[in-house]
Design a binder for this molecule. Structure first.
Ligand code: FAD
Length: 685
């Protein structure tokens, strides 16, 4: 049988259409690469295996950066969220972040529709079982491939072969995956889906060192069996909030107009959620449209929010967990993989924090048109009967029914030290790895890596140098640098504390930091790049106005200031000086001093620039110093074992990781300032 049915030699093949794979395929195709996306189930594109939530501190920053670089996650979240909120509103701008609850099913649907509309991109359902590196005698013309490297052929479970110049592997939790609920253990990539066994074995046979990791998910419960009167309601934002930076771009605006027109046509622009009417919900009862028009109204503008609900564990709940620890795979030794410490299972929390009387759990609806509710904070792999019994001790859940039990999943990830800063595998040029396979956890972390892998696979296919974001440029830079330079012993999740330059890496300026790069790569339209430059110019212009506007103490001036709630001045000041006062906002100042009106996103930059100016200047100095280190490249030819003065541990770490720059070397675990001094001397030589 001829399994080579397809003559196309793809520029880029992506294996896996989770959050990493979807972003990777979109980026590569939009960078003019003929791209193929292969995945086990085409109805589960960017499926949310766990919490139907996107964003939060640091993760929300990643989403904004993905958007600034022309990725998909922000815009698809905006079109599908059932709730959005701004977190840390009372704190500084560096840690403020959006968090949204997405409609899980709708998210996958919109992702599919979006990718189907991307030119140069083929989507195919297939499980890849084997990867082959093609040599110079293969069917691919070696002269047409980059760096003299011939490319790859991937074989699917049906024996079909696809060939490509660059390959991206984004298989998430599927490599030799195993799901566990109590005594029940079964092979799975996630519940209800087969694991990727052959590909895992193939990667191991190709010499990739694998580590065993673990993560878990809570039970999903039936909304019709929850007494919502016994919960605390957490509402979404009342003011419109969006992850996406720009919606004035041609196609986006069109989509939104079309959607809202359809909504208007049906009288549906503001719709209530479709939770079952039998529940005593403290939200508007369902009076929505016939199911046939779902989900069009949600695709457009601002809409009603669906609340989440807070409940707490009880003493009885804790007692049931304690009494069943012997049946908990986490404690009985059944689970060997290492799980994320910061996202412990409920049984782990109850054991580790034994003195804590109760733990909060949020009940989060999984969508507008489903009764499934996610129990946030209740990750567990306890047996199903225990899950059922412990939840029923909570007053709001006395009659609760599980729709899906919680479970843990154990899977293979590639050990640290295997990828370089472009996400290309060190042992296999042209092969890129992104997402959970690199030891991370989380949709946003996966999507961010996918986007960069897509960009760099496309650059590889076009024989162009890789794009690497620095730590001072983006959380994405921090994430990838950490993956490259640190030993990952547990699933890696992004936190704001991981970013040393976080005052610069704010949600509000992701477009200013990154959209120019995306424009150069062809990932955003020129109109959008121009809008960002306009924002930059107007913000800088407004700061100049504030600096140049001198205010002198006089009775008239002070009266005007006091009228808008600003304390009087006794010495000469600039408008910027006044804005630096914590209690002063731009609107007050504008009124008192007749300053110009400006769009909110311009005012925001000017206010942050004024209030935090001193800190920003200091941070920029630190960044300049770090960049100097970062630009000192360490030659590939360095024989660390032979460098005199290096400690043995440093020799081993440097030989194993082979950092690209002095800056990267300095961040490696096991490298100290004295080692860096030795390397500097060696570089001078
Ligand atoms: P995935 O989203 O897993 O997607 C992998 C894709 O690869 C799938 O589309 C699959 O079909 C495809 N695939 C796999 N093998 C092949 C093959 N051989 N051929 C073709 N296609 C293939 N994250 C958190 O942040 N917090 C949590 O609490 C959390 N809990 C989780 C609990 C569970 C049970 C699971 C399964 C995941 C959990 N996650 C959690 C992780 C989160 O789902 C992932 O971080 C994220 O989805 C990773 O994205 P990805 O693109 O790397 O992989």
């Amino acid at each position: 049988m001829n399994t080579n049915l397809h003559d196309t030699i793809y520029d880029v093949i992506v294996i896996g259409a989770g959050h990493a794979g979807c972003e990777a395929a979109n980026a590569a195709a939009r960078m003019s690469c003929q791209t193929l996306l292969l995945t086990i189930d085409l109805d589960k594109l960017a499926h949310m295996s766990c919490n139907p939530s996107i964003g939060g501190p640091a993760k929300g920053h990643l989403v904004r950066e993905i958007d600034a670089l022309g990725g998909l996650m922000a815009k698809i979240t905006d079109r599908t969220f059932i709730q959005i909120r701004l977190l840390n509103e009372s704190k500084g701008p560096a840690v403020q972040a959006l968090r949204a609850q997405a409609d899980k099913r709708l998210y996958a649907k919109v992702m599919k529709e979006t990718l189907e509309a991307v030119p140069n991109l083929d989507l195919k359902q297939a499980m890849v079982t084997q990867i082959a590196t093609l040599d110079g005698t293969s069917q691919i013309d070696p002269t047409a491939t980059p760096h003299g490297h011939p490319g790859f052929a991937v074989t699917t479970h049906t024996g079909r072969i696809f060939r490509g110049r660059a390959l991206i592997v984004t298989t998430g939790t599927f490599l030799r995956g195993r799901a566990i609920t109590g005594e029940a253990i079964w092979g799975a990539g996630r519940a209800g889906e087969a694991p990727s066994v052959a590909l895992g074995e193939d990667l191991a046979a190709r010499g990739f060192p694998l580590v065993r990791l673990k993560t878990g998910t809570p039970p999903r419960i039936d909304a019709r069996t929850i007494d919502f009167n016994k919960t605390e309601v957490q509402e979404g934002s009342t003011v419109p909030l969006w992850f996406g930076h720009y919606y004035q771009e041609g196609e986006d605006k069109e989509t939104r107009r079309r959607d809202s027109d359809i909504g208007d046509q049906y009288g549906l622009t503001s719709r209530s959620p479709s939770l079952p009417v039998s529940m005593s919900l403290p939200v508007p009862s369902y009076s929505g449209p016939p199911a046939a028009v779902y989900p069009l109204p949600m695709l457009g503008g601002w809409r009603d929010q669906l609340p989440c609900y807070l409940v707490h564990t009880t003493a009885e709940f804790h007692a049931i967990v304690q009494a069943n620890l012997a049946r908990a795979p986490m404690f009985s030794g059944v689970i060997e993989g290492v799980g994320p410490r910061y996202c412990p299972s409920i049984e782990d929390k109850i054991v580790r924090f034994a003195d804590k009387e109760r733990h909060g759990m949020f009940l989060e609806p999984e969508g507008w048109e489903t009764s499934e509710v996610y129990v946030q904070g209740c990750n567990t792999s306890l047996p199903e009967d225990v899950q059922w019994a412990m939840l029923r001790t909570i007053p709001a859940l006395r009659r609760v029914e599980l729709m899906r039990p919680g479970y843990a999943i154990e899977y293979d990830a590639i050990a640290t030290g295997e990828i370089g800063p472009s996400l290309e595998a060190k042992r296999q040029p042209g092969l890129f790895l992104a997402g959970q396979i690199n030891g991370t956890t989380g949709y946003e972390e996966a999507a961010a890596q996918g986007l960069i892998a897509g960009i760099n696979a496309a650059r590889h296919a076009h024989s162009k140098p890789a794009v690497v974001l620095r730590r001072d440029q983006a959380y994405i830079g921090v994430l990838i640098d950490d993956l490259v330079t640190k030993e990952i012993h547990e699933p890696y999740r992004m936190f704001t504390s991981r970013a040393e330059h976080r005052l610069m890496l704010r949600s509000d300026n992701a477009d200013l930091r990154l959209t120019p790069i995306a424009a150069e790569l062809g990932l955003v339209a020129q109109g959008r790049a121009a809008a960002v430059e306009q924002k930059r110019a107007e913000s800088e212009g407004l700061i100049e106005i504030l600096r140049g506007r001198r205010v002198f103490p006089s009775a008239a001036t002070n009266a005007r200031l006091e009228q808008v709630g600003i304390a009087p001045i006794h010495t000469e000041a600039t408008a910027e000086d006044l804005l630096r006062r914590p209690e002063v906002g731009y609107e007050q100042l504008r009124e008192a001093l007749e300053l110009p009106n400006a769009p909110a996103h311009v005012v925001e930059q000017a206010v942050i620039g004024s209030k935090y100016g001193g800190y920003l200047v200091k941070q920029q100095r630190e960044i300049d110093r770090a960049i100097r280190m970062e630009t000192r490249r360490l030659p590939d030819t360095f024989d660390y074992a032979a460098i005199r003065g290096l400690r043995n541990e440093a020799r081993q770490v440097l030989s194993r990781v082979r950092p690209a720059t002095l800056g990267q070397a300095a961040r490696l675990a096991g490298i100290n300032p004295a080692d860096i001094a030795v390397l500097l001397v060696e570089l001078e030589r």
